[in-house]
Design a protein around this ligand. Sequence first.
Ligand SMILES: Nc1ncnc2c1ncn2[C@@H]1O[C@H](COP(=O)(O)OP(=O)(O)OP(=O)(O)O)[C@@H](O)[C@H]1O
Length: 245
Amino acid sequence: MTHILTFENVTQSFGGIRALNEVSFDCRAGEITGIIGPNGAGKTTIFNVITGAYRPDSGAVRLSGENQLGRASWRIARTGISRTFQNIRLFPSLSVREHILLAQAPKLGLARRFLPDGKVQARADEMMELFGIAQYRDRVATSLPYGVQRKIEMARACAMAPKLLLLDEPVAGMNHDEAEDLRQTLLRLRMGGLSILIIEHDMRFMMRLCDKIHVMNFGTRIASGTPAQIQADPAVIAAYLGEEA
Ligand SMILES: Nc1ncnc2c1ncn2[C@@H]1O[C@H](COP(=O)(O)OP(=O)(O)OP(=O)(O)O)[C@@H](O)[C@H]1O
């Protein structure tokens, strides 16, 4: 199976802190890959390196084999990576539908030539249906409940038709039913061929969603495997119990 993303020996320092210490892992195309680990382990830093927000000290980040390091964030986004953030980032006065239409704006130059406006609208409708937010389409996004706002962010990220979707703690603030709905939606996206890389603290959710999980602790990858392998790994158990492996 081909790798959509390869993260190779990446080191990222902030002054004296090594947020990532020669971290390597990969994501297979068409799979859901998870990243877990205690607070401060380096998970969000990985997303910031992938999206070009941080420039690491060393290493490489390949998307479909091509090194993205040193490229501007907007260029990396155009190669097919979109993300959501830990803290919700929505515009205060835009409706749900406007958020999702706006997400497609970078492609509209091309769209005018061979993607009719109807297609842009149709994609927005499709994403709102998929994430179960169509009934809120004309409401101001920031006026809606927290769980709905999270879904708007994900629908917006998917509207860009990415090759790889990065989700940073999407379940935070969701109740059990909302989380289960989201899990089903992500599995549907996977069936449609989308590759997903997800950071999440909710272990039950991750164990029932991911094909493969990488475990971080203190800036180092300490384990990788299927959910069953990870759950049985002594180094992972020790990291979560706060003991020495
Ligand atoms: N821009 C930055 N400047 C300084 N230090 C940073 C910066 N970004 C991250 N760090 C540090 O790098 C380390 C890893 O942070 P990171 O946010 O990647 O952890 P995390 O695993 O995502 O944690 P959490 O689960 O709490 O979100 C932490 O010590 C953090 O303080």
